[in-house]
Ligand binder design. Structure first.
Ligand SMILES: Cc1cc2nc3c(=O)[nH]c(=O)nc-3n(C[C@H](O)[C@H](O)[C@H](O)COP(=O)(O)O)c2cc1C
Length: 332
């Protein structure tokens, strides 16, 4: 069975990609994921704050001398508050790229176009086959209008594109008033792919302690519906690869994402929940489903249920909601 897939102009042996998470920050896991059939691996993000902190530290030490090193260390936030530092990140990237034949995607997480964007070039040199740009920006300031938020994405993307020659995908949040137009703008600004969607951290409340809970919930299969909708709507409409991210718990979600037009399907929560070996379960499930239908390539299913390819495109739109409500029967 031929599962080869094109993503960001790269040839992948399968459409299943290990998405960014702490699991993909370990070379052993990356090699195992390759053995199990992953088409590519996205490293966890390196954050703008980490890169800037390191640069400031070096600058600070240059100004005041090595004697002040301990003082400098207390001045800046503890390195342990981040997962891995910029130098170690490049090391992992380099080793992962050297130890595997699959594309290793570096991930950058930032919200400005300041000097940190040059780190993208170092990732390229370290062996990244592509970059994923995660603009984790929560526009909490009520005075900031939507067009400024959109412009921020475009400006950062352009700065990163200028720093590298390898393809760049943008990992988007679903919170744009005109998602389709935003996607088009990003593609015009140079995005080679779009990852739908980023999953913002959302706080919970501890009702006993009356405090905000800083915990991170893994996703559930019910969460595929929003990215499923937007991939289905955008498939064939934007000149960029589309990656699905959020909610994959079994091969069913992988197949659904491919049916609406995803080029690749990423998974993080399922691997964190079940371990990296779960990559094989997902892949075997996809192969079994295809074999049961005598399908030997993904072209036969990819995008078959996208909005452009179905006979009733309103199935993705408001009209369908009205129809569903008209036929809705409450349980009791
Ligand atoms: C523990 C954890 C760490 C994550 N770290 C990153 C990260 O560093 N960079 C990033 O872009 N996404 C990160 N993500 C988000 C995932 O890559 C993914 O987009 C999201 O979890 C939705 O996919 P899933 O439903 O398969 O988990 C993280 C997710 C989890 C659960």
């Amino acid at each position: 069975m031929d599962l080869t897939t094109r993503y960001l102009g790269l040839s992948l042996k399968s459409p299943l990609v290990a998405g960014a998470s702490p699991l993909t920050g370990e070379v052993d896991n990356i090699r195992r994921l390759e053995d199990l059939g992953a088409g590519a691996v996205v490293l966890p993000s390196i954050f703008e704050e980490q890169i800037e902190r390191d640069e400031q530290l070096i600058e600070h030490m240059g100004t005041i001398g090595v004697d002040s090193y301990p003082e400098a260390l207390t001045y800046f936030p503890a390195a342990a508050s981040y997962r891995i530092g910029p130098a170690h990140y490049l090391d992992v990237l380099h080793h992962a790229a050297a130890a595997t034949d699959i594309p290793i995607v570096g991930s950058l997480n930032g919200i400005t176009d300041h000097g940190w964007v040059n780190y993208a070039g170092q990732m390229e040199q370290a062996g990244a086959a592509a970059l994923e740009l995660n603009i984790y920006f929560i526009p909490a300031d009520p005075d900031v209008p939507g067009h400024e938020v959109e412009q921020r994405y475009i400006t950062i993307l352009k700065a990163i594109k200028q720093a590298v020659k390898i393809p760049v995908a943008v990992k988007l949040s679903p919170y744009f008033s005109a998602m389709g137009h935003m996607a088009t703008q990003l593609v015009e600004a140079g995005a080679d792919g779009l990852v739908l969607f980023n999953r913002f951290y959302e706080p919970d409340i501890d009702l006993g302690q009356l405090t905000l809970l800083p915990n991170l919930e893994l996703s559930t299969a019910a969460e595929i519906r929003l990215p499923l909708l937007w991939i289905g709507v955008m498939s064939g409409r934007v000149r960029a690869s589309l990656a699905a991210s959020t909610g994959v718990q079994s091969a069913d979600e992988v197949i659904k994402y491919l049916l609406v037009g995803a080029d690749v399907v990423m998974t993080s929560s399922a691997l964190l929940r079940h371990g990296v070996d779960y990559m094989k379960v997902l892949l075997d499930g996809l192969k079994t489903w295809l074999a049961a239908r005598d399908l030997d390539t993904l072209d036969r299913i990819r995008g078959r249920l996208s909005q452009r390819n179905i006979t009733d495109p309103t199935a993705f739109a408001r009209a369908n909601y009205i129809r569903v409500l008209q036929g809705y029967q409450p349980d009791r």
